[in-house]
Design a protein around this ligand. Sequence first.
Ligand code: TYM
Length: 353
Amino acid sequence: MSEFKPQIFSGVQPTGNLHLGNYLGALRKFVALQEQMDCIYCVVDLHSITAQLVHDDLKSQTRSITAAYLASGIDPVKHIVFNQSAVPQHAELAWIFNCVARIGWMNRMTQFKDKAGKDRENASLGLLAYPSLMAADILVYRATHVPVGDDQKQHLELTRDIAMKFNLDFAKKIKEIGKGVDITVGDQPVHAFFPMVEPLIEGPAPRVMSLKDGSKKMSKSDPSDLSRINLTDDAETVARKIRKAKTDPDALPSEVDGLKGRPEADNLVGIFAALSDRTKADVLTEYGGQQFSQFKPALAELAVNVLSPVNAEMRRLIDDPAHIDAVLKDGSERAGAIAEKTMKDVHEIVGLL
Ligand code: TYM
């Protein structure tokens, strides 16, 4: 093998409602990438029990994320859509990665620090080891590219660290089994079993901010529902939330530089650009000089036009759980076949009899 086969992998947790940040940072990119590479999209249910163990409705949340994938335009026949727990090799490789990764690496993760809060001793061991499982999700398919929002960047850097340490620690064995690939990392030639994944974060809205505070990320856990647009919001709610979004009193600038120091304006222009597949510069060429009283109705109309069909299709799919379960079953079988092959080699490399 002279090169890793280009392969996309990404995942979304089935916790809470999906919002515009998930849609623009992840789903919309997932859809676009289908034209370029083979894609595997996962509903990462094992991740959702790291912060909160007991959920009333984990199964229906898993189906609802699957519905969002399909409603956004992901093709589960040409590509693979499945739920993580149905392919046990994720958890198996995560165990091996727990023995590769260092506790110090995990302790540095900002998401762990945020989620564990002040009482770190009382956080679950799963929450600390979360990035190991995330690395396993990706690397069990030896995926090369991972589309995510900006908040996942640090986890992907850790995925690279884990892959690199595994490749170096087992260099001799990887050569022996003849399944490695010669790559260069920095200036260093490495005979690698696992690729160095490339995060795909770029675009006009890599981090969609709260509609109520431009310094905070739009998130499922924000207590104010007005801070986010949920994929399940109806048209009137979407328009109302945009009307009520925080702004400043100035008109929109004509150039991107003019958005500096204006986080709310920057956020709304980024959302407009991402929803219409344009650049921020292009949006400002059209709307520069206008007041928010003119820009917001245009943004609301755009958001409703893009999100309404997704919303309607999601509702239709959620009413047909048998179809969703069939999609997941088929995807899990196809994903499982790839993961099984990787784990056979990993057993050989690590020396598991
Ligand atoms: P999760 O479920 O929190 O979020 C799913 C995706 O949505 C992106 N995202 C955002 N993008 C832009 N602006 C925002 N405000 C915003 N909020 C969320 C996230 O970056 C993510 O791409 N650890 C991951 C799930 C995961 C995963 C993986 C991802 C598990 N294994 C392997 C990729 C590859 C997470 O918690 O995402």
